[in-house]
Ligand binder design. Structure first.
Ligand code: RIB
Ligand code: CA
Length: 319
């Protein structure tokens, strides 16, 4: 069985990704590690515990990680997800709490205990992952694969015209993660905004009929509807993290994902947080000659949105 760690800044779309993983029988979620991003570390941890409860399967341990990016000041995305990051549903479940072990220590311990088996699904800023890599690189080289929701992919940013939120919060950390010698698959923000990828209010209404887990998924993401009406003129939700989780859980939903060279811009200025994605036609023998332009990531270019939505609905459905 696949073993995954979910590193999350639990906002509403993270919550749906957590529900997916906890309800997919093909993976064992070893742990959730929380990081500041959409909301504060404290609130992200409460939201992670709430998501575990609402998945109605099993309760992996939740470990608190970085309360602050490596260098930059903190930001949040409450304008999109609501003040608590969960459209008002971000409350601590009775009798649940985070572990006392720090997320970075827990991540390193779990990788040591499961050498070559752990896959990390990173759906928030990469601060925890980068800290683990800096603290104990030999252990982190035993991570099997990293799936990252980050960058605009082959499209624009969503914070600036070039920077996507997870990278913009901590580009220094993202650079460390992408350049680290562990296979990484990147799902950019372009994927959840592609034709047929967003969920309309009608689709949300239909999903709510599938039972309490589906209803929670649609209720906790409700704030995104008003936000997207303001930003894109459409009343819909764009589920970036669930698409990244879908690419990790369900490879058959990935329609196109070329080998690429990704250069992360972490210098102060207009390009901070940009990830320059170069689809690398030189992969293989010539890659060595390319130096900085050698392949360092797989970047999802297209998903089968109909299949993804079908699998998502089936996974969350309880009645
Ligand atoms: O840009 C979208 C990403 O930033 C998602 O992971 C969302 O949850 C926020 O963390
Ligand atoms: Ca997230």
């Amino acid at each position: 069985m696949r073993k995954i760690i979910i590193d999350t800044d639990t906002g509403s779309d993270d919550a749906v990704a957590i529900l997916m993983a906890l309800r997919d029988p093909s993976v064992q979620v070893l742990a959730l590690t929380t990081v500041c991003g959409n909301v504060s570390l404290e609130q992200a941890t409460i939201n992670a515990l709430r998501s575990v409860k609402e998945a109605r399967t099993y309760a992996p341990p939740v470990y608190k990680g970085a309360y602050h990016p490596l260098v930059r000041t903190t930001r949040n995305a409450t304008q999109a997800h609501g003040d608590d990051g969960m459209s008002g549903l971000g409350t601590l479940p009775e009798g649940m709490q985070a572990e006392t072990e720090h997320a970075v220590e827990a991540m390193l311990r779990l990788v040591k205990e499961n050498p070559g088996e752990v896959e990390i699904v990173a759906i928030g800023p990469a601060t925890n992952v980068a800290l683990a890599m800096m603290k104990d690189p030999e252990t982190m080289k035993q991570v099997k694969h990293i799936y990252s929701m980050g960058s605009g992919g082959f499209g624009p940013g969503n914070v600036t015209s070039v920077a996507e939120f997870n990278v913009f919060v901590d580009a220094e950390a993202y650079k460390i993660m992408v350049e680290f010698p562990v296979p990484v698959t990147i799902v950019g923000f372009d994927i959840c905004r592609a034709e047929g990828a967003c969920f309309s209010e009608a689709e949300m209404t239909e999903m709510k009929k599938d039972g309490p887990v589906s209803k929670f998924a649609m209720d906790c993401t409700a704030a995104l509807v008003d936000y997207n009406e303001l930003k894109h003129g459409k009343r819909e939700i764009d589920l970036a993290d669930p698409f990244a989780m879908g690419a990790a859980l369900w490879p058959d939903t990935v329609a196109e994902a070329p080998a690429c060279c990704c250069l992360v811009c972490a210098e102060t200025g207009m390009t901070y947080g940009q990830v320059v994605v170069s689809e690398n036609r030189y992969a293989g023998a010539d890659a060595e000659k390319l130096g900085d332009w050698a392949v360092n990531a797989t970047v999802v270019k297209r998903m089968d949105n109909a299949l993804f939505k079908k699998k998502l609905r089936e996974t969350l459905k309880t009645q």
